[in-house]
Design a protein around this ligand. Structure first.
Ligand SMILES: [Zn+2]
Length: 443
């Protein structure tokens, strides 16, 4: 019954009307002139296109690494990037570790095709969204202090917890042994083709859902930015690589494979005298992971008696607020413990300034505890940052996002206020990277 109530609550999110956002209106230090090339580029992003790309990713369900749906998603992403005009799409292959998931190596199909036991029975969503986290450490993984209300987190491994039979069927295929692929394309710099920024997100997910927020939201963001840079009238002095990592959820497998295979190739001209650099020297790495949900701290679940609902162990239950909070922001994080902390911090603040100027609805804030995403594979090699909806350690880690790795990470959970936060992160990264890479628009 409790799970049903939560489900209804989140249903309200999905159908809530869009309001005009006031956030950030008074914050922009300056309004860019209409002929500002960066603004012209940012204006090529819009909510409908971002949503359309993200919706396209949902046709492959949770895109779990090693499955057929994961392979089809890589193919689809590559086809999209080519349709934008890229002729240099490349792939690397790697062997994922075994076992490759907290849910085990694979799931028998027979489990998945049974009908759901009850309508709205989002059992794992209940698990993900509720439960006081008392007794846990107050220091989040990767640093930062967790304060305030906490909800339980964890990966849903029960296919039957997904109430939508269509999504259960989508997510039903087994893990296929053998290597997996990941794809990237490159905007080649006109002046320094031998140096590049890496703009990335992970395309795999798990939890028996559509991996909409984690991390379709980052994948669509990178693809949309790649689309804008693909315009032949746009030129950049330095190169930009758009990479869609595979296998993040099982230990940054795809990003680590990329580093292992490509790090030593940096800056080498191949063939000699060709002016071509298959692996330009890395200037910085910019990761995007979970871009849309900033509803704030879990709030006590109040029962019909007006008191907080308790679980069997007498711990208070918490639920997620249904609306994007008024203080919602884009969080740019760097790792204070990394070798390039100072440069990464400066980079993060450049993103904040870019957001102040070019993001339309939400502010951008900087934090020092980047953790648990693909940029970790790069942080001691090159200045690295991540953009997210929340601070990963202290907020996501404290259960602020009930969709995280649960059956709630599906299209119908999110409202345009959520999608718009993702769009604002896209505006931030596009404008920051365009400035850093020296973008101009040819008349
Ligand atoms: Zn993720």
């Amino acid at each position: 019954m409790r799970s049903k109530k939560l489900f209804v609550l989140l249903g309200v999110v999905a159908t809530s009307t869009i309001s005009v956002f006031a956030q950030g209106a008074g914050q922009a230090p300056q309004t860019p002139p209409a002929d500002d090339p960066i603004k012209v580029m940012v204006d090529q992003l819009d909510l409908d296109k971002y949503k359309a790309t993200l919706k396209g990713l949902t046709q492959f369900g949770d895109r779990r690494q090693g499955t057929e749906r994961n392979r089809e998603a890589v193919n689809w992403i590559e086809a999209q990037l080519k349709s934008y005009g890229y002729t240099n799409a490349e792939r690397i292959k790697y062997d994922p570790p075994v076992p490759s998931s907290p849910c085990g190596p694979s799931v028998p199909e027979s489990i998945v095709v049974r009908p759901a036991p009850r309508a709205g029975g989002a059992g794992a969503a209940r698990g993900g969204a509720r439960g006081g986290g008392r007794g846990q450490s107050n220091v989040a993984q990767g640093g930062g202090r967790i304060v305030g209300n906490r909800a339980r987190t964890g990966v849903n491994c029960d296919p039957m917890a997904q109430p939508d039979a269509r999504i259960r069927a989508l997510d039903s295929g087994p893990i296929i042994p053998g290597p997996v692929d990941e794809v990237y394309v490159t905007k080649v710099g006109t002046r320094y083709p031998n140096e590049m920024y890496i703009v990335a997100a992970h395309m795999d997910g798990h939890g028996y859902n559509e991996a909409v927020d984690d991390d379709g939201s980052g994948t669509a963001l990178v693809m949309e930015i790649a689309r804008v840079f693909a315009d032949p009238r746009v030129q950049t002095e330095r190169s930009i690589r758009f990479a869609l990592w595979n296998g993040e959820e099982t230990g940054l497998n795809g990003a680590r494979a990329y580093v292992a295979q490509r790090q030593a190739l940096q800056g080498i001209e191949e063939p000699k005298g060709s002016g071509k650099y298959p692996e330009p020297k890395w200037i910085a790495m910019i990761q995007h992971d979970m871009m849309m949900w900033d509803h704030g701290m879990p709030i006590p679940e109040i029962g019909p008696d007006g008191k907080q609902v308790m679980d069997a162990n007498g711990r208070g239950m918490f639920v997620a607020p249904k609306e994007q909070r008024a203080e919602a922001d884009v969080n740019v994080e760097f790792a204070i413990t990394s070798k390039f902390a100072d440069d990464a911090m400066k980079l993060a603040f450049k993103f904040k300034l870019a957001g102040e100027k070019y993001a339309t609805d939400y502010p951008v804030n900087v934090g020092p505890h980047m953790t648990n995403t693909d940029s970790g594979a790069f942080q001691d090699i090159v200045p690295s940052i991540s953009l997210r909806e929340n601070e990963r350690g202290a907020q996501t880690g404290a259960g602020w996002n009930p969709t995280w790795h649960t059956p709630l990470d599906v299209w119908s959970t999110f409202s345009d206020k959520d999608f718009r936060l993702g769009l604002n992160a896209a505006q931030t990264t596009l404008s920051a990277v365009a400035q850093l890479a020296g973008a101009t628009i040819r008349k």
